[in-house]
Design a protein. Structure first.
Length: 603
């Protein structure tokens, strides 16, 4: 009699659902010619009954998450892209937002990126609309617009903002990507910023999208990875060309496949205020990828941050850090380099096995991917050289079919009800324009998915927040506990619309703990540090700065929901310099600040 090992059982368990998903996607493509737009919901909100067959029944007791729109009450007034769109790719792609405590007062501030208007029109120096904005958190639930005082009220074709202390002086600096020249703003420590782009050597006038700070070489100075999208060149003749996508007319000038990809940059920090682009020699330039965002996170827990790059209509980049300043391209063997339209990345230990899993949002009819990290899995070979790979479990977890009629953008894991299990939020918004009004993009509803242990994820956006039930042209989004009450809040930016600040008011949430890590003089905000939390038999982990929501940035404070547990047995901090520190019997319901004196041994 043949004996079945765990690998065989796994194949049987997940193989059939994967076949069903493939058939479902095939079905969408087949019916494309039979409907005006199979990517849009039918009158009953479903794709010809396809998605409803896999819906999960939401019960009243599951709806434990409640958010309220606090935008107006918080004093935030921001309008993105105050212009009429003209059906060209750069105008439709952004923008994002970034949480970060730029003034060091202990609460997260909010930077909002704007896209001034048409790329065909010059930006006047005295423009009074379409400017980026910095909102300082006043600590009382309200924010103050300090954009002009800070020198960050730029009128530009902005894409993404990323906070990072590149000069190790203890305060956060800001990198801004654009369609056009990017900018690095040094924090002066007095509430103002200075443009040091040219002096630092990080200027780039290509079509950049997301960027990510991380200390890849573990020398204590954070480095900068910049994603470049496509070589967009507008020609009058192209405006007359179009294709049909899912029954809708799509101008040539909106199709990313019409333009060549552009190589990315890895700016190594020289520890003297300057950077050197070493992407090609490090092996991470990814020249064939139309890159949108990137995440630094440690795939295999070896203490060296690896790199994952989300690419649009091209294979994703999966690069394993060798620890010698170079990376190995493991895209094919990782099983996580799908050729789809990837936008946003969520990184988190959703299954409590102490390694980082990955969620990727995609374009319509491509199904979002949920890559479970299999490095420590029983599926892996029992050898000294474990293979680094991921397994897509989107369908069995209940998050695959939900995305078939959506275009997903910003996304992240966050425990909104503090029950100890990571939930998942997704910002959606179409890239297809309205057939009756080409100046408008089609709107879509966001997703808020609560994790139910052993059952997967359940959609509850409409039940959790009336504002989330309103379709928008979503793009950017990021979370932070901006009011310090132990409940994670969420901000979402709509293209051509407003920003929404959604305050978490979930009733009777569980216990929680937040870790705020700092280092003295090197990598001051501890990017890449890994935290392992143990309470009884439960083990959870998270990594500082690992998330990469589309063109956006979450706060770097690491939040854990604890459920009924009011004390944590043990917290192990794996510091960026490779050392460890353990904290025992830690009380819950606090933001715990821990400072470390690092000792680096760079390669």
């Amino acid at each position: 009699m043949r004996r079945w090992n765990k690998r065989h059982i796994f194949m049987v368990r997940w193989g059939a659902p994967c076949v069903v998903v493939c058939l479902a996607i095939g079905y969408l493509l087949v019916v494309a010619s039979a409907r005006d737009d199979p990517a849009a919901p039918s009158e009953d909100g479903e794709i010809e009954g396809l998605t409803s067959r896999h819906d999960r029944q939401l019960t009243t007791d599951m709806v434990r998450i409640q958010l309220e729109d606090a935008t107006t009450a918080a004093g935030i007034n921001f309008q993105h892209f105050p212009d009429t769109r003209r059906s060209v790719l750069p105008e439709d792609m952004g923008s994002g937002l970034a949480w970060g405590d730029y003034d060091g007062d202990g609460d997260a501030d909010l930077f909002l990126v704007n896209f001034f208007g048409s790329i065909f029109d010059p930006i006047p120096a005295d423009a009074d609309t379409g400017r980026c904005a910095l909102y300082r958190n006043d600590g009382n639930g309200r924010f103050s617009d300090v954009s002009r005082i800070a020198g960050l009220d730029l009128a530009c074709f902005g894409m993404a903002g990323a906070w990072g202390d590149y000069d190790n002086d203890g305060d956060l600096d800001l990198y801004l990507t654009r369609y056009g020249p990017n900018s690095l703003f040094q924090n002066n420590g007095d509430g103002t910023f200075t443009d040091v782009t040219d002096a630092a050597g990080v200027s780039d006038d290509r079509f950049s999208a997301g960027s990510a700070w991380g200390d890849y070489d573990r020398d204590g100075d954070i480095d900068l990875y910049v994603c470049n999208y496509v070589e967009f060149v507008y020609r009058d003749a192209d405006a007359e060309r179009s294709t049909r996508q899912y029954g809708s007319e799509t101008p040539y000038t909106l199709n990313p496949s019409a333009y060549a990809p552009v190589a990315n940059s890895l700016f190594r920090n020289n520890n003297d205020g300057t950077f050197t682009d070493i992407a090609e020699e490090a092996g991470v330039s990814d020249p064939t990828g139309r890159s949108l965002v990137a995440a630094w996170f440690d795939f295999d827990n070896d203490g060296w941050v690896d790199l994952y790059v989300a690419n649009d209509v091209s294979s994703n980049g999966v690069f394993r850090n060798r620890g010698d300043g170079t990376f190995a391209d493991i895209g094919a063997s990782s099983l996580a380099a799908d050729y789809r339209g990837a936008m946003g990345l969520a990184v988190g230990d959703y299954d409590h096995d102490a390694d980082a899993d990955l969620f990727v949002t995609h374009w319509v009819a491509q199904e979002n991917a949920f890559f479970e990290n299999a490095f420590y899995s029983d599926l892996n070979d029992d050898s000294d050289e474990r293979r680094m790979f991921f397994v897509d479990v989107a369908y069995p977890l209940g998050v695959g079919h939900l995305s078939l009629d959506k275009v997903g953008w910003a996304t992240s894991f966050a425990d909104f009800d503090n029950d100890g299990y990571s939930d998942l939020w997704i910002v959606n918004g179409h890239t297809l324009q309205d057939d009756d009004d080409h100046t408008r993009l089609r709107r879509q509803q966001a997703h808020l998915l609560r994790q139910q242990p052993t059952e997967g994820f359940f959609e509850m956006a409409e039940a959790a927040c009336p504002s989330l039930a309103i379709p928008i042209v979503g793009r950017g989004g990021a979370h932070a506990d901006y009011d310090g009450d132990g409940r994670v809040d969420l901000a979402i930016l709509a293209h051509g619309g407003r920003v929404m600040l959604l305050r978490n008011i979930s009733p009777d949430p569980g216990h929680w703990i937040t870790l705020r890590l700092r280092q003295q003089g090197s990598n001051t905000h501890c990017l890449g540090a890994r935290i392992v939390l143990q309470s009884g038999e439960s083990v959870r982990s998270a990594q500082v700065g690992a998330d990469a929501p589309y063109l956006s940035q979450n706060d770097t404070d690491v939040h854990f929901g604890l459920g009924d547990t009011d004390r944590v047995d043990r917290i192990t901090i794996h510091w960026p310099d490779g050392t460890e520190e353990a904290l025992e019997d830690v009380p819950a319901n606090q933001c715990l600040s821990v400072t470390h004196t690092p000792h680096y041994n760079a390669p």
